[in-house]
Ligand binder design. Structure first.
Ligand SMILES: Cc1cc2nc3c(=O)[nH]c(=O)nc-3n(C[C@H](O)[C@H](O)[C@H](O)COP(=O)(O)OP(=O)(O)OC[C@H]3O[C@@H](n4cnc5c(N)ncnc54)[C@H](O)[C@@H]3O)c2cc1C
Length: 615
């Protein structure tokens, strides 16, 4: 019983406001569904929020795989953040995510609200029962479709969804890197910290409850740039050995360590969450004590600036879908016919025991990327339940790659888009995969999501029939690329219109339609350099590798002319563009030609346009 009670009904309820849940909710609302998002804490973003401060990585592996950065809603958010938050303050980034949810039409947010129970109707969830502690209110939300983006799979477990936890043996899915025997080890929770150089020596007096770590305890945990790294087995040493190389300069002691990690077995990861957090606090202060007071780690002038108190969760349950993604799919760079998302991060399984273990954590790297089929995103036994984020249907090996936030983000956008399609067609979420998968894939591509192996085949896009020309183009950047259906560079080519240098004056791209058409929308996809990172990070070196401003390649100022029988019927002048995907809504405008004139970029010498669509 609570002091107040609130009941509401939606098309779709998303539970969990990490990046996966946030983008699922925003995507569904943008498709016109009536959506609610329930988030147990006071802000969105999950591990990317200022509570945890993990930087978002994904298929591009810290910009080491070219042109692989995720686009769609995540790109929109990160570009907006670059424009308005150039020094990447995490609390400011929190507001960007809050704004994205709160300004979204058709989306209602319930912050500080946790789902505690579900009401079932046979094999479907009828409603979730939540508690919003700030208002002392019990909140009952019913919907046609529920999305579990809790990370833990809490809604699924409450509803009786089939799930897996721990690690499969190598025989279950014939996975080469899985262990001989299955186990219930889960990767652990972590707390990060950040430290600042105060320009003078700063003493650190360790609290009496802090753990004590000797140099031997941390011998294989990279905690100073003086340590070296052995690429053959992933281990680190405090002294140079054959085949080892210097650690990357990310390990500079100022932004915490992923290996300050307390692991568990099976349900311990949620049941013992409070105990794990307390141990982590003792670990963080113990490691800082080690850095400051046990030998010389080059941190004499450093001072703790921020210490997390909300642990980031790495692993708990994975809900079973109609397909379980495995290591073999990843190693084969598999392109599924029902692909809706993709990943490319290494299979990054941490050792059992975390910081207290004497084993190194070894990641399995591979070339290229893989797709994730739609069948991984809905429950195999609960009819109206979808999953987004950490709890999608994968083996442990595949999970160790799909768990990173860039991959969770694009999966979340696919789930929200699919849920809205199910509402539109009045069908089940599984039926979207059986009967509407092309519509789902094409909608995602239209919204600037990337699905390797798929291209724009939207029959409603009038630009695909236009004749394309430009007053300036280059050998590798022909104007006609803007309708080749692929809106990023790939191994096959640039897929981009690249003009000659703008120093000679503005350049114009023209799309001439075979006959006059009544247009309601123009969509332009510019280049935002998908080979460089743009996420906020507490790691100084990660920020130093980024441009502080918007990507230099991005078009800043441009004009659009809508032309009918050689007369300009409407003109738009855009100044200070900050986005890759630009959508211009038109009021049923009759024209037979569209001209796009690029005047200035944020620094790059040429105009670069990947795609133009007309509806
Ligand atoms: C220390 C650490 C380091 C990592 N390093 C990286 C990295 O460098 N880059 C990277 O991209 N990924 C990294 N990962 C992985 C990544 O952060 C997670 O896998 C990812 O955040 C999962 O996204 P999610 O949206 O599924 O869950 P989360 O980000 O955990 O979000 C889930 C949200 O659901 C909410 N929630 C939970 N239960 C309920 C409920 N019952 N009712 C309502 N709301 C609920 C929570 O408040 C939470 O905000 C790391 C993880 C950890 C722990």
């Amino acid at each position: 019983m609570a002091l107040r009670k609130l009941t509401a009904n939606y098309d779709i309820v998303v539970v969990g406001g990490g990046l996966a849940g946030l983008f699922a909710a925003v995507a569904a609302a943008r498709q016109g569904a009536n959506v609610a998002i329930v988030q147990s804490r006071s802000m969105f973003g999950g591990n990317a929020s200022s509570e945890v401060r993990m930087h978002i990585v994904g298929a591009d592996c810290h910009a080491s795989k070219d042109n692989m950065r995720e686009t769609g809603l995540i790109e929109e958010l990160l570009l907006k953040n670059k424009q308005r938050n150039p020094y990447a303050s995490f609390p400011v980034f929190d507001t960007m995510m809050w704004e994205m949810a709160y300004q979204q039409e058709h989306l209602t947010s319930y912050l500080n609200t946790a789902v505690q129970d579900v009401v079932m109707d046979g094999k479907n969830i009828r409603s979730v029962i939540c508690y919003q502690y700030t208002t002392e209110t019990e909140v009952h939300l019913s919907a046609d479709i529920f999305v579990d983006a809790t990370g833990h799979g809490t809604v699924g477990v409450l509803a009786g969804a089939k799930y897996r936890i721990g690690t499969e043996s190598k025989y279950e899915f014939s996975e080469p890197s899985a262990p001989e025997v299955s186990n219930n080890h889960c990767m652990g929770d972590s707390l990060l910290f950040s430290a600042r150089d105060r320009g003078e020596p700063v003493k650190f007096v360790a609290p009496e409850w802090a753990y004590h770590f000797s140099e031997e305890d941390l011998a294989i945990r990279p905690h100073t740039s003086r340590m070296v790294f052995n690429a053959s087995d992933g281990s680190v040493y405090s002294e140079k050995k054959a085949g080892s190389r210097q650690l990357p300069d990310y390990y500079d002691s100022t932004s915490g360590y992923w290996w300050i990690e307390v692991t568990g077995h099976g349900d311990e990861m949620t049941r013992d969450s409070e105990i794990i957090r307390d141990k982590l606090i003792r670990c963080v202060y113990g490691v800082w004590d080690h850095l400051k007071n046990v030998g010389d780690h080059g941190v004499e002038n450093y001072d703790l600036d921020w210490v997390g108190i909300v642990p980031g969760h790495r692993e708990s349950r994975r809900l079973d879908g109609d397909y379980v993604l495995t290591e073999n799919d990843i190693l084969a760079n598999r392109v599924f016919p029902d692909a809706v998302a993709y990943g490319g991060w290494p299979m990054d399984v941490h050792c059992d025991g975390g910081i207290f273990s004497k084993q190194p954590s070894v990641a399995v790297s591979y070339e290229g990327s893989y797709t994730i089929p739609y069948r991984c995103f809905y429950s195999k036994n609960i009819g109206n339940l979808m999953m987004a984020g950490r709890d999608i249907s994968t083996s442990k090996m595949a999970f160790s790659s799909t768990r990173v936030m860039g991959t969770c983000a694009v999966g979340g956008e696919a789930v929200g888009t699919a849920a809205a399609l199910a509402i539109k067609h009045g069908c089940t979420v599984a039926d979207v995969g059986r009967n509407h998968i092309q519509e789902l894939q094409q909608t995602l591509l239209k919204n600037d999501c990337f699905i390797p192996g798929f291209r724009n085949e939207d029959p409603l896009d009038l630009a695909r029939k236009a004749s394309i020309s430009a007053d300036s183009e280059t050998e590798t950047g022909k104007a006609v690329n803007v309708i080749n259906g692929i809106s990023r560079s790939t191994e096959e080519g640039s897929n981009c219109w690249i003009s000659k240098p703008l120093k000679n004056g503005p350049v114009t791209l023209s799309l001439k339609l075979p006959q006059a058409e009544t247009l309601s929308q123009l969509r332009i996809t510019f280049d935002s350099n998908l080979s460089k990172s743009i996420m906020p990070s507490i790691t100084r070196k990660a920020m130093e590798h980024q441009v502080k401003t918007l990507p230099l390649e991005l078009v800043k100022d441009y004009d659009v002319q809508f032309v009918y029988q050689n007369q300009i019927v409407m003109e738009k002048n855009i100044r200070g563009n900050g986005q890759r995907l630009n959508i211009h809504k038109l009021d049923k405008l009759c024209c037979d030609e569209v001209r796009i004139t690029v005047r200035e970029t944020y620094g790059h010498e040429s105009a670069r346009v990947y795609e133009v669509r007309l509806y």
